[in-house]
Design a protein around this ligand. Structure first.
Ligand code: HEM
Length: 435
């Protein structure tokens, strides 16, 4: 009885946020994994927000967790990034992505990430080389697919991103090695995560782990060969090899290959979901479709060479409406608990005790050290206080606004020091797809 009591009422040097810790060991994981619609706050969060307010405690995947749907609290967390809060994901996710994974484990990885990924997905890299590759791959791929009548947008965007990203990450591979790597990168997914407790999901998980293992092995072999031969190539692996040679480097062979793998995964996953959502929204909105067609026709009419691909000038100067449609409008609808932190120190957080739209008194809650803090961006994006008619797809609401940075009310690409480094990449790929 004492153990059960302690499970439900964890020790805390202060006042814990309200909430329930669920069943012993599994906590509230089953409820957390229940499927929910794409254009809504996850049911798990919504139910608890109504019951406990915008900050509540729970237990997911065996981790004591505080979920925050309050923009002020989220802002306090981001402001204390790397001091009181660090990167922290449940162990199960860290294991699936590999033990060498600095991305989900290393608190200060973001400093290195921005530096090493600049060449490939920074504005200059996109402008100089990536835009041409994206445009050609997108045209070739969809010309082929269009003749087949119908296709799965998300799947095809995933395939085409992996196809043009792989040679940028590791170039000069033998054709059979490259296609093996591409197959393994494509096979890795998080679909099993949706129905964690079914037998088929466990089988899918084993397949996913196998494909990750094989992809990493190919990368490790190439990395060792390059290190021995001191061969230089114009690719991301080369940037990492230079980083590995530095004395102060935080990477080793395992974490470097893991980073290449993870970059291919995040590039593919976020962009493909948002593109599929954009297609879904546009197909149901004739006004948006007409405005897009008008903008795109003007671009093509102004081109000297009508068959030329999208240029950087067109993307930056002539696609204002397209850019309002793609990333901000669709990304705020992606319903995930996407950002997860770890409390490094016991911290007080100030929060208005608010139930739906009714404000109550200001409360001081304590988050004990070692707890996970999960941020629910969808609760902020779907709050009518922050956005008028938040469930409506309305690209015009972004007119004249900065769309890749984070703010207290817009965090589709994160916020603070860990802002998404691939936001421009995703925006460009989606613009090319729509044109
Ligand atoms: C529309 C698509 C995308 C969405 C919605 C998205 C969303 C996000 C969010 C919310 C974060 C913050 C995570 C956190 O604070 O824990 C993030 C970080 C990150 N994203 Fe994206 N992302 C997208 C596309 C991409 C692409 C295409 C790439 C790479 C090519 C990428 C690479 C990264 C990386 C490396 C980070 C970690 C940054 C750091 O730790 O400093 N993302 N993304």
């Amino acid at each position: 009885s004492h153990w059960l009591y302690r499970w439900s009422n964890p020790k805390c040097n202060g006042k814990l946020p309200p909430g329930a810790m669920g069943f012993p060991i599994i906590g509230e994981t089953i409820d957390f994994l229940k499927p929910c619609g794409f254009n809504d706050i996850p049911t798990f969060v919504k139910k608890r927000m109504i019951r406990y307010g915008l900050l509540f405690r729970t237990n997911i995947f065996g981790s004591k967790t505080v979920v925050s749907a309050d923009p002020d609290v989220i802002n306090q967390i981001f402001r204390q990034e790397n001091t009181s809060f660090g990167l922290g994901y449940p162990d199960i996710l860290v294991k699936v992505f590999g033990k060498d994974n600095l991305f989900l484990k290393e608190v200060f990885i973001h400093k290195y990430l921005h530096k090493v990924t600049m060449q490939i997905i920074g504005s200059e890299g996109l402008k100089q080389t990536m835009i041409g590759n994206m445009d050609k791959a997108t045209r070739d791929h969809f010309r082929l697919k269009a003749s087949q009548g119908s296709f799965n947008v998300r799947k095809e965007v995933e395939n085409l991103i992996v196809a043009y990203m792989t040679p940028k990450l590791i170039s000069n591979l033998k054709p059979e090695t490259q296609s093996k790597l591409i197959d393994n990168l494509n096979a890795f997914n998080l679909d099993w995560f949706q129905s964690f407790f079914s037998l088929s999901s466990w089988k899918a998980l084993i397949k996913v782990l196998k494909s990750r293992g094989e992809a990493i092995q190919v990368m490790k072999d190439v990395l060792s060969m390059r290190r021995e031969s001191r061969e230089k190539q114009e690719d991301f692996l080369n940037t990492l090899l230079e980083e590995l040679d530095k004395e102060s480097s935080i990477f080793d062979q395992g974490s470097a290959t893991n980073l290449i793998f993870l970059l291919a995964f995040v590039a593919r996953e976020g962009t493909s979901s948002c593109t599929a959502l954009a297609v879904k929204f546009i197909s149901k909105d004739p006004k948006v479709l007409a405005e897009l067609k008008r903008e795109h026709k003007a671009i093509v009419d102004n081109r000297k060479d009508k068959k030329a691909g999208v240029s950087w000038e067109e993307y930056t100067h002539n696609m204002t409406f397209t850019n309002m449609v793609n990333t901000p409008s669709t990304c705020i609808h992606i319903c995930v608990l996407s950002m997860s932190r770890f409390a490094c120190q016991t911290r007080p957080l100030y929060c208005f005790e608010r139930h739906c739209t009714m404000l109550r008194s200001k409360a001081r809650y304590t988050i004990p050290a070692g707890w996970i803090v999960a941020v629910a961006p969808s609760a902020v994006h779907y709050d009518p206080i922050n956005y008028e008619n938040p469930f409506e797809f309305n690209p015009w609401r972004w007119e004249g606004k900065e769309m890749t940075r984070g703010s207290k009310t817009f965090m589709a690409f994160g916020s603070g020091v860990r802002l998404c480094v691939g936001a421009e990449f995703a925006r460009l790929q989606m613009a090319i797809f729509l044109l």
